[in-house]
Design a protein around this ligand. Sequence first.
Ligand SMILES: [Fe+2]
Ligand SMILES: [Fe+2]
Length: 400
Amino acid sequence: MDPENLLKILPDPVRHRVEPYFDALEVMTSVKDPKVLASLGPASVRGLVFQRGKQGQPTLIPATHDAYFDWSYPSDQPEMLELYRRAKEGQWNGETYLPWATDVDPLDPEVPVIPEHFLNFDAFEEFGVKLDARERAQLRADMLAWQLSQFLHGEQGALLAAAQVTEAVQFFDGKLYGATQVVDEARHVEVFHRYLDTKLEKLYQINDNLFVIIDALMGDSRWDMKFLGMQIMVEGLALGAFGTLYKLTKEPLLKELLRNVIQDEARHVHYGVLALREHVNHHLGEGERREREDWAFEVAVLMRNRFRAYEVYEEWFEHKLTRKQWQHVVDTSPGMQEFRHVMFSRLVPNLREIGLLSDRIRPHYDRVGLLRYMEGKAAHEVTGDQMLAELDGRPQLSAA
Ligand SMILES: [Fe+2]
Ligand SMILES: [Fe+2]
């Protein structure tokens, strides 16, 4: 029997328990490269089946990387040194720099935190779910809280990964730069948490798919896999998501918060591209490069297909819609489509730039509809200011 049909005939409580297993199975059967499966498979079981990210405090992930010391203090990467200089000058205090006194009411239609058309409310009606104006506003506010909660959890991942990478990376200028990123990520954790805690008064648990990725790269002993996972995939996608939200929101405090975070994140992804471009092209064998290429593709698909706010579904619609129906609502929602579009238009050019989009893998990206982002600008070609100018619809001054 088709798994979808099997799911339909199960009683609700059993179906809700079984569905995550199908998700895990789908991840594992879709991965073709055995080395990639060895990396993502165990993390998928921990994340999707056992939901380790949701099992209370603390979550312990064993780490086994080498700390790389260099007592000769070489000046080895001038571009990273330049980023270090810019990062020192670009520091800001999350406590005093943002207008925290702003009164935020996520249900106020005059100052929408995200626009009315963000979700496809027609699809709810098609499935027989009616929501009045207040419920729609509340659902939108919850989707925002969910999105920001995932940003926050991703920022905690970035904080710990940046610390690991600073230890493990072999470029000395990269270590100096990396220390500034650790501070940046701490600040991001601080401001996203404060916004959720004091303005939206809501915090969602970590999404299982995001947990899988964080789990897989925190435990990987290879620094470049941590880099690829965190600096390029998670950070690259987050940067796109921050940009979309920055463009959509009319809430002034959130807009200002995102403006400042985007400036920092643009440096982080830039650093990821610099470090990996050098490493992939000059230090890896072809087999190792191919493994990273396959890994990046699987993670991209994991993020594209699966970032679907199931935590909101479970809270609102578990007994009214199937997961498949919820997926349809999310996939056809203009706001969520915009998120996906901007996220991948940022990510794909970076993968091209670091040498992980060879002719061998391109047909796979084409098959899942992501190759159209191929020609975009990579992180080292666009600064945070230019990114913001583009999002604001302002004319841009000059190339980076
Ligand atoms: Fe960050
Ligand atoms: Fe970051």
